[in-house]
Design a protein around this ligand. Sequence first.
Ligand SMILES: CC(C)(COP(=O)(O)OP(=O)(O)OC[C@H]1O[C@@H](n2cnc3c(N)ncnc32)[C@H](O)[C@@H]1OP(=O)(O)O)[C@@H](O)C(=O)NCCC(=O)NCCS
Length: 201
Amino acid sequence: MIDYCEIDGRVIRTPELVLRPWTRRDVTDALSIYGSCAVAHWLEPEMSLVPDSASMAEILDGWISESEHAVPPLGRWAISLPTFTGGREVVGAAALLPFGPAGDDLQIAWQLQPTWWGRGFATQAGHALAHYAFAHGAAEIFAVVRPHNRRAAALAGRVGMEWVGVTDKYYDRDLQVYRLLHADLDLPVGGVRVRRPDESS
Ligand SMILES: CC(C)(COP(=O)(O)OP(=O)(O)OC[C@H]1O[C@@H](n2cnc3c(N)ncnc32)[C@H](O)[C@@H]1OP(=O)(O)O)[C@@H](O)C(=O)NCCC(=O)NCCS
């Protein structure tokens, strides 16, 4: 549950977080996420541990150009803490990606830099991205969780997702599949506001 969600183009704001497109300036922050064994462990073999800044910059370049051409709700976001003054503003990453055999379903994925685990930020980002997806016409969202990924399974539950089964169709391994329907998503007390491009404030 979040108090409000404001969608302004590809930027999504909640009380504590801003989800915004990646930029080249995020290389160091992104590396602190994808260069962490605690995160990469759960992403193999889809994505391997990113070894250095040059590799991270190359990946970010791909994501930036992919997102520029992506049709909403598809996209990739940096999860940032705008009020954090400790130097690192980006605490995590989230994405809405094509999913399913034909790629016409929608998958939500999250990764937080481990320092920021345990504070509810992924839950908040998950609610925000789900509102974004439904505001753009999605009927349902899926998440795939590797066996024993206790934190990811708990996260899916906190966002309101239901376990629908196990599949071995992807990446040659069993994955737990969760699904969120619009009706199962908590509405923020302060509502979901979608700002039109012609609104100035
Ligand atoms: C999956 C992942 C994003 C979950 O992160 P997380 O920190 O456990 O999840 P949240 O940010 O929602 O935090 C929930 C924790 O904060 C606590 N919390 C504190 N305030 C909270 C709030 N306002 N709302 C919800 N939870 C809150 C919860 O009780 C929970 O505590 P716990 O750590 O004792 O379980 C993270 O573990 C990760 O990046 N893993 C590696 C990548 C991965 O597996 N991604 C998923 C597949 S794509």
